[in-house]
Design a protein around this ligand. Structure first.
Ligand SMILES: *Cc1c(COP(=O)(O)O)cnc(C)c1O
Length: 367
């Protein structure tokens, strides 16, 4: 018999979420309807025409009533070949954000900590907190570099399970020197801990830590299809790491988390390396053109190794300039309220036309 009293009983107390969730503000990046969208570092161009044709043809072969290949074998083999590593050293997931979430589920958690160098990509500390991992925030020095002496003191003191690097760093554009990465890796190996290098913008920079990947090194490098590969809509990213790290990530990923469509899309995209390298070259050239134009305006900017530039209006009014750009239908990222970035804005490199619209809107607003 169903007890009617229970069904009709009012809710006296609402269950609160865990503190790390309840106290979190979540992750926000407004998607506004504007003419020129330069706020999320996506590629300004869709994938090459050949990719669309290949994708439509391959899609026909999906067995829609069957689960996808759980291990994403073909996709992982293609990524491994592309990066020059073994398939056992590749883990793919729904965006590099899910890669990082899996990493923190496996290696973070209660009683463990993660170290981040602020200012950096907000998702690193956000995902750490959501997985109940304590966050150790270490401030970058002037011009957003990392001071090795200070970093090493903090590492030895806090012994984080995972140390996050991001090169080129979002949102500052800073590129880490190979010597710094190697030195941090030596310290982390002794803790023991893991060094996670987020290379979402790796293709735009002169150096990649993937060359350091070895079974005996506690280094993992995360990459994404969202930027260079023109596939932000697909939600696909991957980790290159020693096989013993990948094994643990496979345990925490949900079964069949990568759908068949995505596996095909990602595998085929890698066939267009030449086109992508060309686009990266064009975006880097545009980045340098924007930097040269910004140098003529009343703003401070920081050198970038990525497809975006961080800058601060000399009048200190980042919010006002952001509003002014929006009034001219140009959307950039407002970093003005982020830690250590008072008054700063970040602009993604778009097509030459989009960049021109941005530059003339900015010079108008600054007048
Ligand atoms: C854009 C970006 C990503 C990409 O995340 P996805 O989930 O793969 O879209 C990862 N890391 C950084 C630093 C980024 O800026």
């Amino acid at each position: 018999m169903i007890d009617q009293r229970n069904i009709n009983s009012p809710i006296h107390q609402r269950l609160a979420a865990r503190d790390s969730v309840a106290l979190s503000k979540g992750y926000h990046s407004p998607q506004l309807n504007v003419r020129v969208r330069l706020n999320t570092n996506e590629s300004p161009l869709p994938p090459p025409q050949g990719w669309f044709e290949g994708f439509l043809a391959a899609q026909d072969q999906i067995s829609w009533h069957r689960y996808p290949d759980r291990e994403a074998k073909e996709l992982r083999a293609a990524i491994a070949k592309h990066e020059g590593v073994e398939p056992t050293q590749v883990f793919a997931a729904n965006g590099s954000n899910e890669v990082l979430q899996c990493l923190m589920l496996a290696f973070g958690g209660p009683g463990r900590s993660a170290l981040v160098f602020e200012p950096t990509y907000a998702l690193h500390s956000h995902i750490a907190r959501l997985t109940a991992t304590e966050v150790i925030a270490v401030q970058r020095v002037q011009d957003f570099g990392i001071d090795l002496g200070y970093a090493s003191t903090m590492l030895v003191e806090h012994r984080p399970a995972v140390t996050f690097l991001c090169s080129p760093n979002n949102p500052t554009g800073t590129v880490d020197a190979p010597e710094l990465i190697q030195a941090l890796l030596d310290i982390v190996a002794d803790l023991p801990g893991l060094l996670l290098m987020d290379e979402a913008y790796g293709q735009f920079a002169p150096y990649s830590a993937i060359s350091l990947i070895e079974e005996a090194r506690p280094l993992a490098v995360a990459r994404t299809y969202s930027k260079t590969w023109s596939m932000a809509a697909a939600r696909l990213g991957y980790l290159i790491a020693p096989a013993w790290v990948i094994c643990e990530l496979e345990k925490v990923a949900l079964p069949y988390h990568l759908d068949s469509v995505k596996q095909i899309a990602g595998r085929l995209a890698l066939q267009y390396q030449v086109e992508m390298a060309e686009r990266v070259g064009e975006l880097v050239a545009e980045r340098e053109r924007i930097a040269a134009e910004l140098a003529k305006l009343a703003v401070q900017q920081w050198p970038s190794g990525a497809n975006f530039i961080l800058f601060r209006p000399n009048n200190g009014d980042g919010q006002g300039v952001w509003n002014g750009l929006l009034e001219r239908s140009v959307l950039v990222r407002n970093c003005a309220s982020w830690p250590y970035l008072a008054g700063c804005l970040r602009v993604t490199v778009g097509t030459p036309v989009e960049n021109d619209v941005f530059l003339s809107a900015l010079s108008e607003v600054l007048q």
